[in-house]
Design a protein around this ligand. Structure first.
Ligand SMILES: [Zn+2]
Length: 321
């Protein structure tokens, strides 16, 4: 049994970080499902149909001169499964790990990728909105989410060797890989990057895209997310890999749906503020958050509405959020 302090901490992390809810003690399969998206470009498929609650997607690119991995999954055990999965496809050395952002479910396996030889490219802002918490506190809270067994051997490994704030390009073997944040400012988090293969027209979007179109902005901003989605749409990608869930048949449609959701929410909160509605009244029309499921669809909708109300209120007062 966790003590009350730990539970409160856990709830705080859930309430502020957009991590997936996974079942503690769940064993990780030896290898994970993998699918080729283009020559040398692979997605390691997470759960489908569970939105942000499922195991995330990851990816890797076999360049002919080493492997570039995209995201490291949610625990050292998952990182090990990821490496074994890569080894079913190639013996090339693992050279780089690129992180789409710094939420636990996307990088807590990074220590294993580093151990396998990867250097890390990521945004230097490792904050996930849990300012009041130390990284150690986030670690213990996350251990309650995935279970102790999966976390064996954990240490933080997401501080980048090569920091990317606007754009960088890896040219390795026959591949060109663009790692970029072409918009400005926090979107899903303070440190989002997408990974774009211009020749193959494949983008790994991280949590800028979720299969159900409801990206969390509680650790970022609606304004930033709209800018990020505009940049994503501008790529005209053939394949877009969301952070969680099924790969959409039509990438433009998922980007547009996400954008309509977030701009619709901004407009609704602006209307509520213009009518002097309180935050509670503005949230009245939404279903309640699911207790104990901080990143379920209803919880994401409600938490986003809360965040966007405050963001729009600041904008209307002329304060930069
Ligand atoms: Zn995330």
């Amino acid at each position: 049994m966790a003590d009350v302090g730990t539970l409160r901490l856990c709830v705080t992390l859930f309430a502020t970080a957009g991590g997936a809810h996974q079942v503690p003690g769940t064993t990780v399969p030896r290898t994970l499902p993998v699918r080729a998206l283009a020559a040398g470009v692979y997605v390691v498929l997470g759960d489908t149909g569970r939105g942000s609650e499922g195991r995330p997607n990851a990816g890797f690119i076999v360049t002919g001169d080493g492997v570039v991995v995209i995201d490291a999954l949610a625990s050292p055990a998952q990182g090990e499964a990821l490496v074994r999965t890569i080894r079913t496809v190639t013996r090339e050395p693992i050279r780089w790990l690129v992180l789409t952002h710094h939420h636990p479910d996307h990088h807590f396996g990074a220590v294993v990728l580093r151990g396998a030889g990867a250097r890390v490219m990521a945004h230097p802002d490792v904050a996930t909105g849990v300012d009041e918490q130390s990284r150690e506190a986030a670690e213990s809270a996350w251990t309650l989410v995935v279970g102790k067994a999966q976390m064996a051997g954990f240490r933080y490994a997401d501080v980048p060797d090569v920091a990317v704030t606007t754009a960088d390009t890896l040219r390795l073997g026959g591949k060109t890989i663009v790692i970029a944040q072409p918009w400005r400012g926090p979107a899903h988090t303070a440190g989002d990057l997408f990974v774009w293969l211009p020749a193959e027209r494949v983008v790994f979007a991280g949590d800028l895209l979720i299969e159900d179109g409801v990206t969390l902005v509680v650790d970022g901003s609606a304004r930033g997310l709209v800018a990020a989605l505009t940049a994503l749409a501008g790529l005209d990608a053939r394949v877009a890999v969301p952070g969680h869930g099924a790969i959409p048949a039509d990438p433009a449609a998922l980007i547009a749906r996400t954008r309509e959701y977030i701009t619709g929410l901004q407009a609704a909160m602006r209307r509520a503020l213009e009518r002097h509605r309180s935050l509670n009244r503005a949230l009245d029309s939404l279903p309640p958050a699911d207790e104990g499921r901080p990143v379920s669809l209803h919880s994401r909708e409600r938490r986003n509405a809360n965040r966007v109300y405050l963001e729009v209120e600041k904008e209307m007062m002329g304060l930069d959020p």
